[in-house]
Design a protein around this ligand. Structure first.
Ligand code: SAM
Length: 220
């Protein structure tokens, strides 16, 4: 049984290629309206309204957790601890996140609105804190940040992940990592996941472009 969790699934855009062996795709999001759409679009998948920081699943109940640009809005250390908990030994993660360029672009777009700019400055500061420490600051109930390779590596390793591999398709930052299997080896065949850079190139080519945040590699 291969179970994949789509974390921060929104309307359920995770593509799963027909030739990839996945028995069940489960989506989680905090937005009920997006989940309602997701349920209409993918009646064969199950969707849950929950926070990434508090997942309503048993320990070791997924083989892979995938998240497209949703981690940047979460409390990353708490979410990674939860992701680690629900992953089976040897399970893997694949996240696309926000590089600093994204947040600078958002800051530029909201000028000269002072409130919106103040929020974007907080996101920038939070990203710097994340870069240095792998932790987030909470402000007015928000934890949004941008991510860097250094901050992600620190946060992932602290949460118990290894084999951390990054790739940077144009304007994006992708990271893949894995939990240790009981026998010390990845349970998922290595050919499916590594190296990320060449894999990212092939799925970008297959999916027809580099700029669509919707196109994630298939769940392995
Ligand atoms: C930019 S959207 C991406 C949605 C989807 N992954 C996609 O690629 O279309 C970010 C999603 O993360 C969800 N989200 C934000 N914070 C969350 C949290 N703490 N727990 C779960 N989902 C969250 C939002 O509701 C939103 O649907």
């Amino acid at each position: 049984m291969r179970r994949v969790l789509d974390l921060g699934c929104g309307t359920g855009n995770l593509p799963v290629k027909a030739n990839v062996e996945v028995d069940e795709v489960v989506g989680v999001d905090i937005d009920e309206r997006r989940l309602a759409l997701a349920r209409q679009r993918f009646p064969q998948r199950s969707f849950h309204c929950a926070r990434g920081e508090s997942l309503p699943f048993a320990n070791a109940s997924f083989d892979r957790v995938v998240s497209a640009v949703a981690l940047p809005y979460m409390d990353i250390p708490r979410t990674l601890a939860e992701v680690r908990r629900v992953l089976a030994p040897g399970g893997s993660v694949f996240f696309s996140v926000h590089p600093v360029r994204f947040t600078l672009g958002e800051l530029w777009k909201c000028a000269p609105n002072p409130l919106a700019m103040a929020y974007r400055c907080y996101v920038l500061l939070n990203g710097l804190v994340f870069h240095a420490s792998g932790r987030n600051l909470r402000w007015a109930g928000r934890t949004e940040s941008f991510q860097t390779e250094h901050g992600l590596r620190v946060a992932l390793e602290r949460a118990g992940f290894g084999e951390v591999v990054f790739s940077r398709p144009v304007g994006r930052l992708l990271v893949e990592a894995r939990t240790a299997a009981a026998d010390g080896r990845g349970r998922v065949p290595a050919a499916i996941g590594f190296p990320v850079s060449s894999r990212a190139r092939s799925w970008r080519k297959a999916s027809g472009g580099e700029n669509s945040k919707r196109n994630l590699p298939p769940a392995s």
